[in-house]
Design a binder for this molecule. Sequence first.
Ligand code: SF4
Ligand code: SF4
Ligand SMILES: [Zn+2]
Length: 141
Amino acid sequence: MNSQQNPNPNLAAPCGFYCGTCSHYLARAKGKLLKKKLKHGCKGCREQDKKCAGVKRDCVLLRKHQITFCFECDDFPCENLKKLDARHVRDDGISMISNLKRIQEIGAEQWLAEQAALWHCAECGGQVCVMNGECYDCGMS
Ligand code: SF4
Ligand code: SF4
Ligand SMILES: [Zn+2]
């Protein structure tokens, strides 16, 4: 499947992470759980609704689905989000806070299309993981 054509609305996490580029999502979606030594993987934040290692674990607003995206919150960007954002900027070169501002500006649907295009593999059009740079369709990295 070409990810540019079918962005999945469930992949825009409330914290601004694009779940379509997460190794847990990709391993599950691409049938690579065994190879990647993962038990369950993840269906994406909104569908799985788990307390992933992101800000959701510590935020009652997110756990109780009282907001759709963190930019709707009076405390945005809260200290937890800023800490996680700094970690992702340092380790993965992505900013959830910038993502959230972009979603606010252009809407989730268009942002998802942008993300799908950003993380597509130049070799096969498949999906690339932000954590290890590997395409989970053709294996290129
Ligand atoms: S583990 Fe977290 S970041 Fe990864 S797909 Fe699941 S909810 Fe999204
Ligand atoms: S910005 Fe608001 S909604 Fe988002 S994690 Fe922080 S407190 Fe929760
Ligand atoms: Zn590829």
